[in-house]
Write a protein that binds this ligand. Structure first.
Ligand SMILES: [Zn+2]
Length: 268
């Protein structure tokens, strides 16, 4: 009886108490100045962010780096610059919210450049075709995100600021936290789900119609692929082109502003 109680106590301490103590210790450590320098260089708008958001971001980055494992692929050596840049962009999506830091995510695999992903497709008649797709990022619901480092750096220093593969793939992670990647992340109320589907459906249809009419679009045409891609792509636009999104798609901007609990126009 005493032995059983001891084992249960040891399990509770091992699985719940010690990790919390370790995390608390990590979060109270000073943020190295070398880390801050990387944020200023590689995270657009970081220097102009309000101080309280910078503090929050650093805290979430600390937790992200503590909990997630980075794996260099195809010979890439993982550096602080790689870890900080990815963690910062991923944690931008979590500011002002008391939510877990991507609880299902365990590993970030980083390739030096676009990687080849084998694909299987089941066609009519049961024929399986195998193809190779070249990708700059991929999000899996089994706890992995795969990214191409040169794409991240290109996104960081591009002129039009349109794309951000890290924001894109981590929006997919948020989308799949409820078990299905359908373009709707976890929301707090039934009313929130209702207005989410209403606005998203309208804007998704608007993008499809614009493309059918060969019109220029602010939101990347890839968003018309399906609702999950529309959420990921419009999240990129929200953080990267916040002023234009607010001007040309006010309902979508308001919806994403309410969800992400930030207004990137403050530092964009
Ligand atoms: Zn995607």
């Amino acid at each position: 009886m005493w032995l059983l109680a001891f084992i249960i106590l040891a399990l509770i301490v091992g699985f719940f108490v010690l990790p919390r103590i370790r995390l608390h210790y990590v979060l109270t450590k000073a943020f190295p100045s070398a880390y801050s320098k990387i944020l200023r260089q590689n995270v657009r708008g970081y220097s102009r962010m309000p101080t309280h958001l910078q503090m929050q971001l650093k805290r979430k980055i600390r937790q992200f780096l503590h909990e997630k494992t980075f794996v260099g692929c195809a010979g890439l050596e993982i550096t602080d610059e790689i870890r900080l840049t990815i963690a910062a962009k991923a944690c931008l999506l979590l500011l002002n919210r008391e939510i877990a830091v991507y609880p299902k995510l365990t590993h970030i695999l980083v390739y030096p450049s676009a990687f080849i992903a084998p694909r299987q497709q089941l066609a009519a008649g049961g024929i399986v075709t195998h193809t190779n797709q070249t990708l700059s990022g991929e999000s899996w619901s089994d706890g992995r995100v795969i990214l191409a480092w040169d794409q991240i750096i290109t996104n960081t220093f591009q002129d039009d600021f349109e794309h951000d593969v890290v924001i894109h793939e981590f929006a997919h992670q948020l989308d799949s936290e409820d078990g299905s990647a359908n373009g709707a992340p976890v929301l707090q109320t039934t009313a929130a789900y209702r207005s989410w589907s209403q606005v998203m459906e309208q804007e998704f249809t608007r993008l499809q119609n614009a493309l059918a009419n060969n019109e220029m679009t602010l939101i990347d045409p890839y968003g018309a692929t399906n609702p999950a891609e529309f959420f990921a792509v419009s999240s990129e636009t929200f953080f990267q082109k916040s002023h234009q999104l607010a001007q040309y798609h006010p309902a979508l901007f308001a919806l994403l502003k309410a969800y992400y609990c930030v207004d990137p126009r403050e530092w964009g």
